[in-house]
Design a protein around this ligand. Structure first.
Ligand code: T46
Length: 136
């Protein structure tokens, strides 16, 4: 499970407007590293809670803090990295094979996730030792 690509921040298009700004993504815009097959969002996270604690076998994702802020901690089997998400026009692109944890959710934060695959539990690696052995 070698990572060909690195996790990175993608700057999304912004339409500045005195009435309020607008950001969008399209499967056809050439910016998306994958075709979007699913969208979900996480909200009402109690203070001090952490989520995640798994990796994906095939699924790619883009995480966007639509509101508020949170920290995403990543491990690809070799390197650890950390991203603060706090702007609705920045997406954190995660290729498969990254162990991820999300924490430090601010009050009222909303995390939207674009995914390359429909939901399937078979795509999850939820056991850390399994993850490490797949990376060995
Ligand atoms: C990820 C991070 C960023 C569904 O039924 N459909 C869905 O589309 C999703 C995403 C989850 N679920 C079910 C599976 C579990 O029974 O919802 C429950 C909670 O999921 P989980 O514990 O995996 O949630 P997080 O916050 O730990 O992880 C989620 C995504 O599952 C995961 O793919 O990368 O957000």
């Amino acid at each position: 499970m070698e990572n060909k690509e690195k996790a990175r921040i993608i700057e999304l298009p912004r339409i500045y407007d005195p009435r309020g700004n607008l950001t969008f993504v399209e499967n056809t815009d050439g910016l998306m590293p994958f075709k979007i097959e699913r969208v979900y969002w996480i909200y009402d996270v109690p203070a001090g809670e952490a989520r995640g604690g798994h990796a994906h076998r095939q699924g790619q994702e883009i995480l966007i803090a639509l509101s508020g802020s949170l920290t995403v901690k990543l491990f690809d089997g070799r390197e650890r990295s950390e991203f603060l998400l706090n702007r609705p026009f920045q997406g954190l692109y995660m290729p498969p094979g990254y162990w991820r944890t999300m924490d430090n959710f601010s009050s009222g934060s909303v995390l939207m996730v674009l995914s390359s695959v429909p939901y399937s539990e078979d795509d999850y690696i939820r056991d850390y030792d399994d993850f490490l052995s797949l990376k060995a």
